[in-house]
Design a protein around this ligand. Structure first.
Ligand SMILES: *[C@@H]1O[C@H](CO)[C@@H](O)[C@H](O)[C@H]1NC(C)=O
Length: 313
């Protein structure tokens, strides 16, 4: 019979739950933060819900661009609903415990929907690239079948990797503290609680960030640099201005989302401070979904027209 050495008992406590501290370090701001985030959540639901409805009901908006935008708004509603309701509940009840399973499920959904968001933003950039640089081929290249495939591909291609990533992260040993100084179960704060070897996990995080953040971001930059060089060759100043205004609003969403998430996931571990992590996460989890409908509707004549039709019937 073989005798295996027993593991040291002291440090190994079996964790069954975490504590999501959220904004516990600012107790006096509790109801202010609750009101603020509740209002933001309502704005996100209303704004993105409105885009979703008008892109479905208005026949003038039955084009690939608005099909992608409608699906993107739907995604934003799903994405923000993985973190914000839980955060509101924590603020209101001050019961901050979260089971390991719930924490893993939250992380998994955030990662999968985050990957979808990156791919959809790349698809939307590609759509504009074809529309502006190859307008004659646009109806052929962006036919309904291709559009559906691009959207479906964006939704499902992140799933296997992100499930694997979540399982890998939750199979590390946690010891000592179970307090997560963050408002949702994101990778950096959870890995911060691990003890023992996490090199494999860190490599996975980098690989994931490369595949789902860096590659789509590069594709978007390539699409937009081609778009901008085409726009600069346009003969009339008004069409140049119109094309520029559409593109700059897309680029604003892209910059906000990719900037903050690349900083979070591609930064070396030694640079992580809990407070900065919280601030950057707010950008990609909550502020992008809020600004998206504002940016797309306030600067877009077609959308404004569709809104008028919807509400002035
Ligand atoms: C967005 O696309 C996905 C994948 O094709 C689909 O499951 C979902 O229902 C779509 N949502 C809307 C609102 O069109």
């Amino acid at each position: 019979m073989m005798h295996y050495p027993k593991p040291p008992e002291e440090n190994l406590t079996t964790l069954v739950e975490f504590v999501l501290l959220g904004f516990a370090d600012a107790p006096r701001l509790r109801w202010f933060l609750f009101g603020l985030f509740f209002a933001i959540y309502m704005i996100i639901l209303l704004g993105n819900g409105t885009i979703l409805i008008i892109t479905k009901v208005d026949p003038n908006l039955h084009t690939p661009m608005y099909y992608f935008l409608g699906n993107f708004s739907f995604l934003e509603i799903c994405y923000v609903s993985t973190t914000l309701p839980r955060m509101l509940l924590n603020l209101a009840t001050q019961r901050r415990n979260i089971s390991l399973v719930a924490c893993a499920a939250q992380m998994c959904f955030v990662l999968i929907l985050g990957a979808t968001e990156c791919f959809l933003l790349a698809v939307m950039a590609y759509d504009r690239h074809v529309a502006i640089c190859q307008p004659l081929h646009y109806p052929l290249l962006m036919n309904p079948k291709v559009c559906t495939q691009l959207v479906t591909g964006s939704w499902i291609s992140g799933i296997p990797f992100q499930i694997g990533q979540t399982i890998q992260i939750f199979s590390v040993t946690f010891c000592g503290s179970n307090q997560i100084n963050h408002f949702f179960c994101d990778i950096p704060p959870i890995l911060g609680l691990a003890c023992g070897e996490i090199l494999v996990n860190e490599m996975m995080v980098y690989l994931g960030a490369m595949l789902f953040l860096f590659v789509p971001f590069l594709l978007i930059l390539v699409s937009y640099s081609k778009i901008i060089s085409t726009i600069l060759k346009l003969p009339s100043a008004t069409s140049r201005a119109k094309a520029f205004s559409t593109c700059s609003s897309h680029l604003a969403v892209v910059g906000l989302f990719f900037g903050s998430s690349i900083i979070t996931y591609l930064r070396p571990k030694s640079d992580h401070s809990a407070e900065m992590d919280k601030v950057f996460s707010l950008f990609y989890t909550i502020l992008t979904p809020m600004f998206n409908p504002i940016i797309y509707t306030l600067r877009n004549k077609d959308v404004i027209l569709a809104l008028k039709k919807l509400f002035c019937k």
